[in-house]
Design a protein around this ligand. Structure first.
Ligand code: SDX
Length: 429
């Protein structure tokens, strides 16, 4: 219960609103009764000051640049844990015992194959379809193939759908890539870990054996961890809103994938690498920084800025360190895009415009450099983000369904259109 309140006085009314205290972060003004008591709405396009739910999964301290998953700092998880263990923490709230982790990993492993009929679904796309278009379609179509895990009121079906989505997303993403390059689909293997399986499904060909490079699989796994969940970002909020109507889990995750695709969100990793390619050399950086500062130029530095972080995105720090390690181990440490990215970061962070607006590199700034060095085309960057974020979407989806306060999400509006007026026959207009 709230132990503090806020008083709102207007139009001769005085309304007392509860102030809710979180375990971390700013207090929250509870306005659920505002319209009933005061006859007014609040107005907050983009939800810059609005908490849409309460949650126990992930917390971001934007000022300090901290990210916690169930209280565990992202830099510790990226260093000491691995993606499927992070999935367990996000889904169930605690670090697993060895037995719990083994059971969870086995359950995921047993669900990595797709219904064979879905192979024909892929064939309906043009070969040049963007892999995100394919993922959005294929994941939405899963509700037509996995009827026995679509009933959101059945806890067992919710659990099966969760495991299926986490387990099958690498296969779906890898097959989207294989389809786009005209190579045969590679099936998952039960003797490989999650990241190694994904790399093999992407890069193996039937003509020869594929040996997973342990450096790449460790880097891939870390990239998955860094993208796993991030509070109520646009795509997670999309999943929550879709789920609030009672839509099945596959439809909700497909909605999240569609939202993530945008260049202001998960599509920024592809846009960032394309920006680094366009800049081309460090001597052109000042020109692009000037464009980013120009109010009349729509250009923005991709991979820079964040709604919540007003300090370094902790994921960007880990990603930058991993980029150095992976590119050095691959013998491409002189990658021109990495040099441009580092110099761009240095010049931007020393520019008053970026300092005043608290614009720092975000998770998308360095990820593309690693992914390109691993052999992925830019079109696969956002599908990899979607693959990794699936566990975050699922965890938030499960949390919302378990919330007794759950209602359908239905925002109101500040109406600025025409008031009532009569229809005029065309002869009289
Ligand atoms: C992700 O929400 C999440 O948690 C997302 C995410 C996750 O894990 O789910 O972290 C993943 O989406 C990371 C962000 C990836 N997007 C990009 O890198 C695209 C480039 N960044 C911007 O488009 C922007 O910074 C956003 C979209 C990320 C945040 O936008 P906001 O919070 O709405 O901020 P804003 O657009 O109001 O910008 C504030 C000011 C503006 O200037 P003024 O109007 O105040 O004069 O900063 C400027 C902006 O013009 N600005 C930039 C800039 N980002 C903001 N100027 C130049 N380059 C930029 N990148």
């Amino acid at each position: 219960m709230a132990d503090k309140t806020a008083k709102l006085t207007f139009d001769g009314k005085e309304i007392e609103l509860p102030i809710l205290s979180p375990t971390a972060g700013p207090d929250v003004l509870d306005i659920t009764k505002l319209y009933a008591q005061g006859g007014v709405f609040t107005y907050d396009p983009g939800f810059t000051s609005t908490a849409a739910c309460d949650s126990t999964i992930t917390f971001i301290d934007g000022g300090k640049g901290e990210l916690l998953h169930r209280g565990y700092p992202i830099d510790q998880l990226a260093e000491d844990s691995h993606y499927l263990e992070v999935c367990y923490v996000l889904l169930y709230g605690e670090l697993p015992s060895a037995e719990q982790l083994e059971d969870f990993e086995n359950r995921v492993t047993m669900h990595t194959m797709l219904h064979e009929q879905m192979v024909y679904f892929y064939r309906g796309f043009r070969r040049d379809a963007h892999p995100m278009a394919i993922m959005t379609g294929v994941v939405g179509a899963m509700s037509a193939f996995y009827h026995d895990s679509t009933d959101i009121n059945d806890p067992w079906q919710r659990e099966v759908a969760s495991i299926r989505l986490i387990a099958k997303m690498p296969t779906i993403a890898a097959w989207a890539y294989k389809f786009s390059i005209g190579q045969p689909f590679v099936y998952p293997r039960n003797d490989l870990d999650y990241a190694s399986n994904f790399l093999r499904m992407c890069f193996a060909v039937p003509a020869e054996d594929y040996q997973v490079n342990p450096i790449l699989s460790r880097a891939m796994d870390r990239i998955f961890t860094l993208h796993a969940d991030h509070e109520q970002n646009a795509s997670t909020s999309t999943v929550r809103l879709a789920s609030s109507s009672g839509a099945n889990p596959f439809a909700c995750i497909a909605a999240g994938i569609a939202c993530l695709w945008g260049p202001a969100h998960g599509g920024a990793n592809q846009a960032c690498l394309e920006m680094l390619e366009e800049i081309g050399s460090v001597d052109r950086i000042p020109e692009y920084i000037a464009r980013a500062k120009d109010k009349d130029d729509p250009f923005r530095l991709m991979g820079f800025g964040h709604r919540v972080y007003k300090n370094f995105d902790p994921r960007a720090k880990v990603m930058k360190k991993s980029a150095d390690e992976v590119l050095e181990l691959l013998g491409v440490e002189n990658n021109p895009k990495l040099q441009v990215a580092k110099e761009l970061e240095k010049q931007a962070l020393s520019d008053p415009y970026f300092a005043e607006k608290k614009l720092f590199p975000n998770v998308d700034f360095y990820s593309g450099i690693i992914l390109e060095a691993m052999g992925f085309p830019t079109s696969m960057f956002t599908p990899i983000f979607a693959l990794a974020r699936t566990v975050g979407w699922i965890s938030q989806w499960k949390e919302q369904l378990a919330d007794p306060k759950l209602k359908i999400g239905r925002p109101r509006q500040l109406y600025m259109g025409e008031t009532m007026r009569d229809y005029v026959d065309i002869e009289k207009r």
